[in-house]
Design a protein around this ligand. Structure first.
Ligand code: GLU
Length: 441
């Protein structure tokens, strides 16, 4: 069976690093075996779902290079849910309940007071058809619970957490449909996972208890459950679930100069025992992606680390990948010269201005000014050839090291540090270099 994964966001907000990470892991899991990665828009909640978020989710995935092999929308699949629901009704695996939130709360408190697990007591199962008819006549509408099979132990081999066991006798029958007919997340997700041929569900560990009930829903619908894996959640660098993480999304990271490759390189391995390595592209990350390398401890997301990884990525980006982001006139040689000195592509423009000028004329000591006079004379002979120029100056002046190089850099760039002068000088060119040396002398 073709490995098929899905990313199933609810379009009630923008993607943040946590769900981008989940999407990425599902994409890598499918990609490593040439499987399928599907996008499922979980928009059963009509009130909170928004079309602009759907558009933004697609755009964010595209920016990250994760193109889904298909897309489904839950709001277009209500007929399917209705049909499957009616099958469960006929089998007696869903049942009508009428308790209000306050009544349920009271029941829970009584059970807790007696030291018992606060699970639903299934009182509604005792209602007769006449009782239901009477409630219907009074205008009461039921909500629906899924009847867990208390005899069937719930077990699965979790790809990250290992063997999992749940005792259904200690669990509440989950509500799957509200009194107004709308769906809660649990059942449509199972129906879709079956219909979409999902073989692997990889999601956050906040879904572990959902999985426990869903395992029985798959069985009730006559389907084999997919493989499940639940990853530890992301925390901020300080080790806590931070508010910032919940809102930090693609738009903001992009604005900060983060490249998609950097986010992919970091998030692919965050929470695993594998080192983050900017040298690995998506294919290499997919090939090495291993669920058993994930730890149980929360994975720490550190923005400073993301910027470090970003620098590592930018230092490797080929000209063709960045040319449209560079200032007019800045060619491949200039990118090659400047690339090692920037952490974000945007900074390249600042160095390009150093090449094109005008630059601030540095204030130098008298002896350095005389030295730059000699440099101008030498440059007329050597042309914009840094090794030849510095060799000639070394010979003529006896200077070496910092005394030889720094005044030249200062006069030619107006800066004390920066890209390799051997690469920069030909870009500045002989004419402009001569002017700069003379202006500083
Ligand atoms: N819409 C659900 C969520 O965003 C999907 C969970 C799942 O992957 O099944 O939490």
């Amino acid at each position: 069976m073709t490995v098929t994964t899905r990313f199933a966001p609810s379009p009630t907000g923008n993607l943040h690093v946590g769900n981008i990470r989940t999407a990425l892991h599902n994409w890598l899991l499918a990609k490593q075996v040439a499987g399928r990665f599907l996008l499922r828009i979980d928009d059963t909640d009509a009130e909170r779902s928004r079309e602009d978020y759907v558009t933004a989710i697609r755009a964010d995935l595209a920016w990250l290079g994760m193109v889904p092999d298909g897309e489904e929308r839950q709001s277009a699949r209500f007929d399917l849910y209705e049909g499957e629901f009616q099958r469960l009704v006929a089998m007696g695996r869903v049942y009508r309940c009428y308790e209000t939130a306050q009544e349920l709360d009271l029941k829970r408190k009584v059970l807790l007071g007696r030291g018992l697990p606060p699970i639903y007591d299934r009182a509604a199962l005792a209602l007769s058809e006449a009782d239901h008819a009477a409630r219907a006549a009074a205008g009461e509408k039921p909500h629906w619970r899924f009847l867990l099979d208390r005899e069937a132990a719930i077990e699965w081999q979790d790809g990250i957490r290992g063997p999992q066991h749940f005792d259904p006798a200690k669990m509440s029958d989950p509500v799957v449909r509200r009194a107004d007919g709308s769906w809660l997340y649990l059942l449509p997700s199972v129906i879709d996972d079956v219909a979409m041929g999902i073989t692997d569900v990889l999601r956050g560990e906040d879904h572990v208890s959902n999985t426990a009930t869903q395992v029985q829903m798959f069985a009730a619908l006559g389907a084999a459950p997919p493989r499940f894996a639940h990853e530890a959640l992301l925390t901020g660098a300080e080790g806590k679930l931070s508010k910032r993480l919940g809102s930090l999304g693609v738009a903001e990271l992009r604005e900060a100069g983060i490249e998609p490759e950097a986010l992919v390189a970091l998030l692919a391995r965050l929470g695993t025992s594998d080192p983050v390595d900017p040298a690995l592209d998506a294919d290499a990350l997919a090939a090495s992606f291993t669920l058993s390398h994930f730890g149980r401890a929360p994975a720490r997301f550190d923005e400073a680390e993301l910027h470090r990884v970003n620098a590592g990525i930018v230092h490797r980006l080929p000209f063709a990948r960045v040319s449209h982001l560079l200032p007019d006139g800045m060619g491949e040689a200039a990118w090659g010269a400047i690339r090692p000195n920037v952490e974000h592509i945007g900074e390249a423009a600042e160095w390009w201005r150093v090449v094109t000028g005008p630059i601030a004329v540095p204030v130098l000591e008298a002896e350095d000014r005389a030295y730059l006079g000699a440099a101008a004379t030498a440059l007329e002979q050597t042309g914009a050839d840094w090794p030849a120029l510095t060799a000639a100056l070394k010979e003529a002046t006896g200077r070496k090291g910092k005394a030889l190089f720094l005044p030249l850099r200062q006069a030619l760039t107006g800066m004390d540090h920066g890209p390799d002068m051997a690469a920069l000088l030909p870009l500045i060119g002989q004419g402009a270099a001569l002017e700069r040396l003379r202006a500083a002398n």
